[in-house]
Ligand binder design. Structure first.
Ligand code: ADP
Ligand code: MG
Length: 386
């Protein structure tokens, strides 16, 4: 993991690259999903929170319809793009993310005159913490200010989704950018993916002597893209057969009927989504009524459902979850799309060292890659830093 540049160092790096001071610095965090997996595209509920790791961009407007971007990550150098020739096919590598946001803003009628941008991010790439949305949300927040577009958060959510779906080419929902844009310190974002209704739910982890540990397995199984597409297809089939717009419209009471109408595999996919939506609602209620120490069983049930019904876990994730639980976690589950990536464990703070050691040992014994293990805290969402 890289450590972030201070704001002063970020400004200095910008000056070094572009020869003048930036107009400002904006930040947007990565996110962890506490519970609610594969429910977003079924128009259901999710409960992510923004984390302390963030993408920060130093930006200055230009007036010549040129965009120049550079990242402190890797050795890619400054990439310059003529906005009159902006095309997804020509955008290379990571520049798709900032340019996708420019494309979506332009398409929405916001005049982007051009800009210079330097990115520094400490959100680990590809670990399921949504480093890509952190970039997009930081850029969107900066352009919203600099171009005086004054778009509300609901619009920014949809514009960054368009950028990912149609410019980057990733069929993602609205969870990640909603967490990054709406997150608040100490709270999770309870989001209805049908209408973007959002409520902040206090997590009160530290107050209860708890912490959330992320275990990044650092594996990404090759069937993840095909697996994601086939899960989406099963959900669409399930909704169609059940005669509803989206699986969100089914409740636990509908499952008996679904079992009779759907083939066995589609039924299990549907059961995951329907029970997962119910678990999100239960988690929100439990957090509000009792506090975070009582949500462990819901996290565990979510993992079992993803492993057995939705079949998106893998041996590394199962080992991470089981080992964490065996070493004192209150609850644990894989998080993110599945087939690799990260698991989260809710732990009493004093169990952090034993859980870390147990997971590291178990991975070594199984001959797996060494996992990255770190704690995350619910943090403030996208904002102007200076
Ligand atoms: P995730 O969003 O889960 O981390 P993605 O594959 O969606 O994974 O996004 C990762 C991509 O985001 C990287 O391949 C890279 O193109 C881009 N990216 C993330 N962080 C940076 C960074 N600091 N500098 C440049 N590109 C980055
Ligand atoms: Mg991503």
């Amino acid at each position: 993991m890289t450590s972030p540049l201070s704001t002063a160092d970020l400004q200095a790096a910008f000056r070094e690259r572009f020869g003048s001071d930036p107009d400002g610095v904006w930040a947007a965090p990565g996110r962890v999903n506490l519970i609610g997996e594969h429910t977003d595209y079924n128009e259901g509920f999710v409960l992510p929170f923004a984390i302390g790791m963030s993408a920060r961009v130093a930006v200055s407007l230009r007036t010549d319809r040129t965009v120049r971007v550079v990242s402190t990550f890797g050795n890619h150098g400054v990439v310059s793009t003529d906005l009159n020739k902006l095309s997804a096919a020509d955008a290379k590598g990571w520049t798709k993310y900032p340019l996708g946001v420019v494309w979506a803003f332009t398409e929405a009628g916001v005049d982007v005159p051009g800009f210079d941008l330097l990115l520094d991010s400490d959100v680990p790439l590809g670990a399921g913490l949504s480093s890509s949305h952190a970039i997009e949300c930081a850029v969107a927040t900066a352009l919203n200010d600099l171009c005086a577009a004054d778009l509300p958060v609901e619009r920014l959510v949809l514009l960054t989704q368009r950028a990912e779906n149609f410019f980057v080419g990733a069929p993602t929902g609205i969870m990640d950018q909603s967490a990054s844009l709406r997150g608040r310190e100490g709270a999770a974002v309870f989001l209805d993916c049908r209408d973007q209704h959002a409520e902040l739910v206090p997590l009160a982890l530290a107050e209860n002597g708890l912490a959330i540990l992320v275990i990044d397995t650092k594996v990404s199984h090759s069937h993840s893209t095909g697996g994601y597409a086939s899960r989406r297809a099963s959900c669409e089939l399930g909704a169609e057969v059940m005669g509803v717009k989206a699986l969100r419209d089914l409740t636990l009471d509908d499952l008996a009927e679904a079992a009779g109408l759907l083939d066995e595999e589609t039924f299990r996919r549907v059961r995951h989504v329907v029970t997962e939506d119910a678990r999100v609602l239960d988690t929100v209620e439990t957090l509000r009524d009792k506090g975070p120490a009582d949500i462990g069983a819901l996290l565990d049930a979510s993992h079992a459902s993803m492993r057995d019904d939705f079949e998106i876990s893998c041996a590394e994730l199962d080992l991470a979850v089981e080992t964490a639980r065996g070493a004192g976690a209150i609850g644990a589950r894989m998080t993110g799309g599945g087939f690799g990536g990260a698991a989260i464990a809710l732990i009493p703070v004093e169990q952090e060292a034993p859980v870390r050691a147990a997971v590291a040992d178990a991975f070594r014994a199984a001959g797996y890659k060494e996992p990255d293990i770190f704690t995350v805290t619910p943090a403030e969402g996208a904002r102007r830093v200076i």
